[in-house]
Design a protein around this ligand. Structure first.
Ligand code: GLN
Length: 448
């Protein structure tokens, strides 16, 4: 079983925070019984799946890799978890992440540092680093992650697996511990594009418990769609995404993939789409502002970490937050609170929203003429553990290619497109128009 693999490699990789072995075997037995009784099985019957630890699982600890929620056991399942269970999937465990999904390396976890299975001295990416590492190391067949600024795609790229951030509203966020509600989406991390389509088939759809979800009418399933080929798809490649400073190994592998797509009948045009550090700043302002509001609920009273020492309520809240939150989380709360303060609001938050609108407009214009945009997923290869953790701005820069899809709500996938000389995977990103997951998956499948 997958637990055997876990017992072999988890000591080195450290992808999981909690293993739910007992529940998993119980579920496996239920499926066995269903088979014996000739029941019709769900599309994921018996498939071992790992869940990022910011997605609520009934009866199984959900910590967000934070001391604040170290003992939190949710009394309910997130909608995505319920859908997976209904489809027959078996929850293997909860995966490590950056605390509250804030980070790009999984080094911000309060509990452990997950290693990149390709090279144990490298980070697996983040914040869904545990999910990506678990799939890459064979410790789960598939996994769920969450993506606020790249947290599914970047770890998928770093670990050589497939990761999809769906269109905002395609997948329910009910039961996802919110980081930045206008940017967050849950999505699959898998070995193959087929598995990605299959998982998306199960988890997507309107949910009355999440008012931002939409129902989409698919002709068939995503799984059926992917075989349709890419004849006639119009692909744009923004020249600004390939500056001369970009690692030439990344540029080369992506160019090779472009030739492949062309050979399969797509048209490829070079276009201009300036990506600027302005966009990155807007992302960090908006996401931190929303985080400071969302994380206000962790006061050490209703649930969460409670300090032993306090004289009054104010001190109780203060101590819970001082002791319960890690460094990066505090940094974001402070940044967010500051930019929302009256007097600074216009200079920061409002300006960031304007930049967001501008970026939306730019992408809108491109998708009037093109079906897909192709770019690298990350400007850097999996970096050594410890290299960037002392320099937050350097860490933030590694999100430059992924944040646009969140600011615009557009769907985007990362898939492996080759290896660099040191034997580390390189990721390619495909961004599409609103609810164009089928097209994205078709192109990704053609490249696989
Ligand atoms: N690395 C980005 C951040 O730290 C994205 C995180 C995410 O997508 N959850 O905010």
């Amino acid at each position: 079983s997958v637990y055997k693999k876990i017992s072999e490699v988890e000591d080195q990789v450290e992808a999981y925070i909690t293993l739910s072995e007992e529940e998993a075997y119980k579920k496996a037995e239920e499926i066995d019984t269903a088979i014996e009784q000739g029941e019709v099985l769900g599309p994921l019957a018996g498939i071992p799946i790992a869940i990022k630890d910011n997605i609520c699982t009934e009866g199984i600890k959900t910590t967000c890799a934070s001391k604040m929620l170290e003992d939190f056991i949710p009394p309910y399942d997130a909608t995505v978890v319920k859908k997976l269970k209904d489809a027959g999937a078996i929850i293997i465990g909860k995966t490590n992440m950056d605390e509250f999904a804030m980070g790009s390396s999984t080094e911000n976890s309060a509990f452990k540092v997950t290693k990149n299975p390709w090279r144990l001295d490298r980070v697996p990416g983040g914040s869904s680093g545990g999910s990506a590492a678990a799939v890459a190391a064979g410790m789960a067949f598939m996994a769920l992650g969450s993506d606020t600024g790249g947290s599914i795609r970047q770890p998928a790229a770093f670990c050589g697996v497939v990761g999809l951030k769906p269109t905002y509203g395609l997948v329910s966020r009910y039961g996802l511990v919110a980081f930045a509600s206008s940017l967050d989406q849950i999505g699959p991390i898998t070995k193959s594009v087929k598995d990605c389509a299959l998982t998306l088939d199960v988890i997507h759809g309107f949910d009355p418990k999440d008012g931002t979800t939409k129902s989409v009418k698919n002709a068939t399933s995503y799984l059926n769609e992917i075989e349709k080929g890419i004849e006639g798809l119009r692909i744009a490649i923004p020249r600004e995404f390939f500056p001369s400073t970009l690692d030439s190994q990344i540029t080369n592998e992506i160019m090779e993939s472009m030739f492949m797509l062309k050979g399969l009948g797509a048209t490829i045009d070079e276009i201009s789409l300036p990506i600027t550090e302005e966009g990155l700043s807007a992302y960090y302002i908006i996401s931190s502002a929303e985080a400071s509001s969302n994380l206000g609920r962790f006061d050490g009273i209703k649930y969460g970490y409670r300090s032993d020492e306090y004289e009054d309520i104010e001190e109780l809240v203060l101590n819970a937050r001082t002791e319960g939150f890690g460094k990066e989380t505090k940094r974001r709360i402070m940044l967010g609170t500051y930019t929302l303060t009256s007097g600074y609001y216009d200079a920061y938050y409002n300006r960031a929203q304007k930049v967001r609108e501008k970026i939306k407009q730019q992408f809108n214009d491109i998708f009037k003429k093109y079906d897909l945009i192709i770019s690298p997923t990350s400007p850097v290869l999996p970096f050594p553990i410890g290299e960037k953790i002392g320099n937050p701005l350097d860490m933030y820069l590694s999100d430059i290619y992924t944040i646009s899809a969140n600011l615009t709500g557009l769907p985007a996938i990362s898939l492996p497109c080759g290896f660099c000389m040191e034997g580390l995977p390189i990721g390619l990103q495909i961004i599409g128009g609103p609810f164009s997951e089928s097209k994205i998956l078709r192109a990704a499948y053609a490249l696989e």
